[in-house]
Design a protein around this ligand. Structure first.
Ligand SMILES: [Zn+2]
Length: 247
């Protein structure tokens, strides 16, 4: 029986995941990243910050802790987590809570997109009433993506072909305007996702939460497809239409 887990990624596809903080990609898209690589694609993870101040709770319980040390630990965690998934990791280290950016940061991200030429871009939704940085990451990615693809006409800057553009599932989807339009069956790579999550010791409390979320989304994906083999899934929302040759 054919399952969605056998659906290959586009040939030579390149997936770019941009998170505000260095662990965001693990909770929300680790399975999709592993699946993409397994299907022959290339994946790159970019963290705009390490989440050193706002999302490294466990590390700040240690006496004498410093921002520099937290960043060093978080870099190692994200690198090892990316390796579990077959992705490369790059940190911009722009500073978190709040994440602020200027023209040069957008140019840096656009330059990375022009060089990597992603076929799929993944980031946070544009709204999050509980997080000061996630919507800023969305705005940066949105702007850089448009500066990469241009307006569909000749441009006064170097361009790359337009990518698919999706957002990953936020912590409280209903409050972030997130309605899933894509489920990725991550059953066959779920152990890789768990291994990646286990690297994020600064946020150990999220590991069981996102393992449960994957089970719930697996249930939803089973209902949509009738495919009983799906155990775990991740949810995404498309921001631009999916163009196909026929329905
Ligand atoms: Zn975050």
């Amino acid at each position: 029986m054919t399952t969605t887990s056998e659906t290959p990624a586009p040939a030579r596809g390149r997936l770019l995941v941009v998170g505000a903080h260095s662990a965001d990609f693990v909770w929300r898209a680790a399975g999709a990243v592993a699946k993409f690589v397994k299907a022959g694609g290339e994946a790159k993870v970019v963290a705009l910050t390490y989440g050193e101040r706002g999302e490294s709770g466990e590390l700040w319980k240690q006496e004498g802790q410093t921002e520099e040390n937290v960043k060093r630990i978080r870099h190692g965690e994200a690198e090892r987590a990316s390796a579990h998934l077959g992705a490369t990791f790059e940190a911009f280290d722009l500073g978190d809570y709040p994440l602020v950016n200027d023209h040069a940061d957008i140019e840096r991200l656009a330059g990375l997109m022009r060089d990597f030429a992603p076929t799929v871009v993944l980031t946070h939704p544009d709204t999050d009433p509980f997080n000061p940085d996630h919507p800023v990451a969305y705005q940066m990615v949105q702007k850089a993506r448009l500066m990469t693809s241009g307006a569909g006409v000749e441009s006064g800057f170097r361009t790359a072909p337009p990518s698919e553009f999706l957002v990953f599932e936020p912590h409280q989807p209903e409050l972030c305007g997130f309605v899933p339009s894509v489920f990725v069956d991550i059953t066959e790579v779920f152990e890789q996702k768990k291994a990646a999550m286990a690297e994020m010791k600064a946020q150990a409390y999220l590991q069981s939460y996102y393992a449960e979320r994957a089970e719930h989304r697996g249930n939803h994906a089973r209902k949509v497809t009738g495919t009983k083999e799906i155990r775990q899934a991740e949810a995404f929302m498309r921001l631009v239409p999916n163009v196909v040759g026929s329905l």
